[in-house]
Design a protein around this ligand. Structure first.
Ligand SMILES: Nc1ncnc2c1ncn2[C@@H]1O[C@H](COP(=O)(O)OP(=O)(O)OP(=O)(O)O)[C@@H](O)[C@H]1O
Ligand SMILES: [Mg+2]
Length: 249
């Protein structure tokens, strides 16, 4: 469970990222976070695994007060939270399976990391993760020989190899064509339903957000202006979230 209680985030230069946010997200929810550029979507995601510190309020993730975590405790906490980015962040010059195995590095001894020696069970697990996102056949191909959609699936498989409880995805389909974007959203949905992993996804494509997620959080200038079922998002709600700037078809 993720709980924001009166959380604010003010950056050192005085910019307000989050303004008194209150939220509860239960384990296994699939949440889309929408809002204009600069609204605070990335800030919200990044406070959850403490890539950013909050400046006020309380943030509790899996019964732990996030701001109190440090050292080994913080590292262990972060292992349970996967992060996916728009730009995939793969190691391009190596194979797909090696990219997925990177998720195991924090658990490995220095020597094994140095020589790139992975255990058989880790390799099997990596292959299973690739199978879950439908690209098992690409395991031994170099990552930079894959399409954008396939690369994002590798990133997703790498995150799964971490055995996360939560996946935070910051604009994961922004660099993909509309058809591929739908396929990747489908992968997220499947993972969410099959594995009960909570997924929070920042997304600029409103239609995709409404089609695939179960709950929408709308942010405007650091404040939550909508929080409810995706199916209940009306044009008026979108008008509020996007301050009347959303182009209408
Ligand atoms: N490191 C930082 N230092 C100062 N201000 C920042 C920093 N990161 C973000 N901000 C500011 O905080 C506000 C929220 O930014 P954030 O990146 O969370 O928006 P966003 O909704 O993710 O936007 P986008 O859709 O463009 O990714 C913006 O005004 C932004 O300029
Ligand atoms: Mg952002």
């Amino acid at each position: 469970m993720i709980e924001f209680k009166n959380v604010s985030k003010v950056y050192p230069n005085g910019t307000v990222g989050l303004d008194n946010v209150n939220l509860t997200i239960e384990q296994g929810e699939f949440v889309g976070i929408i809002g204009l550029s600069g609204a605070g979507k990335s800030t919200l995601l990044r406070t959850i695994n403490r890539m950013h510190d909050i400046t006020d309020g309380e943030l509790i993730v899996n019964n732990q007060e996030v701001k109190n975590l440090k050292g080994a405790e913080l590292r262990h906490f972060r292992r349970k939270i996967g992060m996916i980015f728009q730009s995939f962040n793969l190691v391009n010059r190596t194979t797909v399976i090696r990219n997925v195995l990177m998720a195991k590095v924090p658990e490995m001894s220095f020597l094994r990391v140095l020589f790139g020696i992975f255990r058989k069970e880790d390799k099997l697990e990596a292959l299973e993760c690739l199978d879950k996102v439908g690209i098992l056949d690409k395991a031994y191909i170099r990552a930079d020989q894959l399409s954008g959609g396939q690369q994002q699936r590798v990133a997703l498989a790498r995150t799964l190899a971490q055995n996360p409880e939560i996946i935070l995805a910051d604009e994961p389909v922004a660099a993909l064509d509309p058809v591929t974007a739908k396929q990747v959203m489908n992968d997220f949905k499947k993972i969410n339903k099959d594995m009960n992993i909570s997924i929070l996804i920042n997304i600029h494509h409103v239609e995709l957000a409404l089609e695939y997620t179960d709950r929408i959080i709308g942010i405007r200038a650091g404040k939550i202006v909508y929080d409810g079922p995706s199916k209940d998002v009306t044009p008026e709600v979108l008008n509020t979230i996007y301050a009347g700037k959303l182009p209408t078809e």
